[in-house]
Design a protein around this ligand. Structure first.
Ligand code: PGA
Length: 254
């Protein structure tokens, strides 16, 4: 079975409601023929409206984070149930900005993953090394630790429901993309770690997205790599034309 191809956008802390409506009215018709899964992770306050607007389109709306508790006294936090109620279908977990700016560790990401799976919201688990770690040839050790600790105590069946994203921290928002060879090597390594934590079948069927300065100009060569099953796009997902070109990369002329 070919793996699911997922093109996901992450708006981070950008756009208000009228900007998001305008985006969708341009973007949705431009991707209406795609065979890929198209996802957009938007800020919490936009989820309800934009998921309603996206209802009859190819686009799945999701969130960029959640808390692991079911509910409780966690001021400022949002639960999986709330996200589902608002119309989110997936949630990004362990993004490097959450790890590095907000100090989230693998144990917290692991608890969130368990809650997401139990609640029926699809998790997109992000991993990736910093520039310093790559320079010290620690990339594989970092990826192995992030994956094994984030996936701790999950069954193979649960792991099969996770979407993975390899996002080298040095490539996020910097304009420096991993070379196709670097991306392939890291993806193949992640798949081997996933194999060690689940089964051959699961490791072959899970989708691993690449993230870090993906643009219309470089998406094709990244997508051509055997173990790259999609992309997670920050900056370029803010512009409907650019993000539609990325979704339609097979037919686009750059
Ligand atoms: P970028 O962000 O495409 O702007 O580099 C990617 C991400 O953070 O997911």
């Amino acid at each position: 079975m070919p793996r699911e191809v997922i093109i996901a956008g992450n708006w981070k802390m950008h756009k208000n409601s009228s900007e998001s409506k305008d985006f969708l009215s341009k973007f949705a018709p431009a991707v209406s023929d795609t065979l890929h899964t198209v996802c957009l992770a938007v800020p919490f306050p936009l989820i309800s409206d934009i998921s309603r607007q996206a209802k009859n389109s190819k686009i799945q709306i999701g969130a960029q984070n959640m808390h692991d508790a079911e509910e409780g006294a966690y001021t400022g936090e949002v639960s999986a149930k709330m996200l589902l109620d608002a119309g989110a279908e997936f949630v990004i977990l362990g993004h490097s900005e959450r790890r590095h700016i907000f100090g989230e560790d693998n144990a917290f990401v692991n608890r969130k993953l368990k809650r997401a799976l139990e609640s029926g919201i699809r998790p997109v688990l992000c991993v990736g090394e910093t520039e310093e770690e790559r320079g010290q040839e620690k990339t594989e050790a970092v990826l192995k630790k992030q994956l094994s600790e984030s996936l701790a105590d999950l069954s193979s069946g649960q792991i099969s429901q996770v979407v993975f994203a390899y996002e080298p921290v040095w490539a996020i928002g910097t304009g420096f993309t991993a070379t196709p060879g670097q991306a392939q090597a890291a993806h193949a390594f992640c798949r081997s770690v996933i194999l060690s934590l689940s089964s051959e079948e699961v490791s072959k069927e899970v989708s691993i997205l690449y993230g870090g300065s993906v643009k219309p100009e470089n998406v094709r060569e990244i997508m051509e790599q055997t173990d790259v099953d999609g992309v997670l796009v920050g900056g370029a997902s803010l512009k409907p034309e650019a993000f539609a070109q990325i979704v339609n990369y097979q037919t686009m002329k750059v």
